[in-house]
Design a binder for this molecule. Structure first.
Ligand SMILES: [Zn+2]
Length: 511
């Protein structure tokens, strides 16, 4: 692979006929409630006895067919512990389990196989690669909403292709042509031509440019203007707005830290920015304290202080803290770690094996990255100060079930027509394809830090000490299902991180 070369023999992107006017990356494609869930619905606070599930009484909920050999009971039967209170939430959970179990048991007619000795289907590598190449081609008019997500579409496609062993640098010229008009002279990138700069788009643009690499690519970024724009987003409470006049949340904080560390921008605030009037002097002043205020009573991390904890915000906050400094210092100092561990551990469900993003929500493949990506950072925080150039002599080890996540991804998240998805019954899209694969990759590797950083600049040095090695034990997937590794804080290849950083370090910006 690939038989499909960009620009030649290209195929049109697939899209579901029933959702032709919706975004392919929508995560809100919930099917309408089934008849059974509607009849079972109760108002919040009302309770009724919950039917007992056993292998004899789960006919409605699970297929009676025997699972393939090699699959432990843990992954083929409903959990023995069930909440006796029946609500719309528990009904949805039951319906999800009903959909997932045939896939976990390896008996769905839509699974392609071949299945290995652990009852796990092979990664449909060729189909997913073809899907990702498609995702970087033309879109029909119904996808006009994606016009504001061009940098994201590029990132998801390029990162996904790299994970699958493809060469994303072939897209260098096209990427430059796409992103050049999206950059604003006042700093940062918008979602496309004529759109205001936004931190999410700028983050995806910088990461995409790093993935394809090269002198022309790096020099496209107006780093001086970027630095001035980031200064205008800094808020008096330490956080960042995602765009001028926009909302403030931990996405903004993480995107800023990723951008300034990769581009080696000055940490000082520009002289004329509003945040200086509040007594702040640097882009990082008050940031760790702001992130600390986002930890909730549950132990998870919310988008901004006082709202609900969420897996994607947790990743943003933890990666941001790990960019600010060594995680054994920044995370231990600014987070209640036992409470955070409790909440993160509760995100992995059985028997599905996948992660949910919030309490009482359903498993979703994209949290393989957002929640799965938190674990290497936590592991590094618990392993402590790096002692040498290799993996630490002792480690806390895996803090989640790698087997469970492998089973969920390979059994439930592969679309039969290529691409990866949230869960059975959902369509594949490039967002889920990228982040499910990123989660699979993180699960297949052990990420650790060494005592030496790439480059000579001491700013953000900890971010440049990460390395990776494949995990070879307790695998339930085949060698041919192995993916490349991504940097755990940036989500791009390790060499891309180092090359962009070194290029920028050699061309310092003066405040
Ligand atoms: Zn999702």
């Amino acid at each position: 692979m690939p038989p499909i070369v960009a620009g030649k023999h290209r195929r049109k992107v697939r899209f579901p006929s029933s959702t032709s006017t919706t975004s392919s990356n929508s995560t809100n494609q919930q099917p309408p409630p089934t008849k059974s869930t509607l009849t079972n619905q109760k108002r919040p606070g009302q309770s009724r006895p919950r039917p007992k599930l056993s292998s004899a009484t789960t006919g409605k909920m699970t297929s009676q067919a025997a699972p393939r050999p090699g699959i432990p009971d843990l992954f083929t039967q409903p959990s023995a512990i069930r909440d006796p209170l029946v609500t719309e939430t528990t009904d949805l959970q039951d319906a999800t389990l009903e959909k997932c179990l045939p896939f976990l048991k390896g008996i769905s007619s839509t699974q392609q196989g071949p299945f290995n000795a652990y009852g796990v289907p092979a990664l449909q590598r060729d189909d997913h690669v073809a899907f990702l190449y498609d995702s970087l081609e033309d879109y029909p008019p119904g996808f006009v909403i994606l016009d504001a997500s061009r940098p994201w579409m590029a990132y998801w496609g390029l990162a996904g292709l790299f994970l699958m062993g493809e060469d994303p640098t072939r897209f260098r010229e096209r990427l430059i042509d796409t992103l050049r008009p999206a950059q604003n002279s006042t700093g940062g990138f918008g979602g496309g031509r004529g759109q205001i700069s936004h931190l999410a788009g700028s983050y995806a643009a910088v990461l995409s440019l790093a993935i394809v690499g090269g002198e022309d690519t790096y020099s496209l970024i107006d780093r001086q203007a970027m630095w001035r724009w980031l200064g205008r987003l800094k808020q008096a409470d330490g956080g960042f707005r995602v765009c001028e006049g926009g909302e403030e949340d931990v996405r903004g904080a993480y995107c800023v830290m990723a951008i300034i560390s990769l581009l080696d921008l000055p940490s000082e605030l520009p002289p004329d920015c509003e945040a200086r009037k509040a007594g702040l002097n640097t882009l990082t002043d008050g940031l760790a304290q702001y992130l600390s205020r986002c930890q909730t009573f549950e132990g998870g991390i919310s988008g901004s202080p006082g709202v609900e904890a969420h897996g994607a915000y947790a990743y943003c906050a933890l990666a941001c803290l790990a960019l600010l400094g060594p995680p054994e210092e920044t995370i231990v100092r600014h987070m209640n770690l036992p409470l955070l561990l409790s909440w993160l551990s509760s995100r992995q469900y059985g028997p599905e094996g996948g992660f949910s993003g919030r309490t009482n929500k359903l498993v979703d493949g994209c949290y393989s990255h957002w929640v799965g990506g938190c674990w290497p950072i936590i592991q590094s925080a618990l392993d402590g100060k790096p002692q040498g150039s290799g993996p630490p002599a002792t480690t806390v080890g895996s803090l989640f079930s790698r087997e469970g996540l492998s089973r969920y991804i390979l059994s439930c998240c592969q679309s039969p027509t290529g691409g990866l998805r949230d869960k059975p019954g959902k369509h594949a899209d490039s967002y889920h394809t990228c982040y499910v694969l990123a989660g699979l990759s993180a699960m297949q590797h052990y990420h650790y830090r060494t005592d030496s950083a790439t480059g000579s600049n001491k700013s953000w040095a900890s971010a440049f000490t990460w390395r990776s090695t494949p995990i070879r034990e307790d695998n339930v997937y085949e060698k041919s299902d192995r993916l490349a590794a991504l940097h755990p804080l940036y989500g791009i290849p390790f060499p891309s991180v180092d090359e962009m950083r070194l290029w920028c370090e050699a061309r310092p910006i003066t405040p």
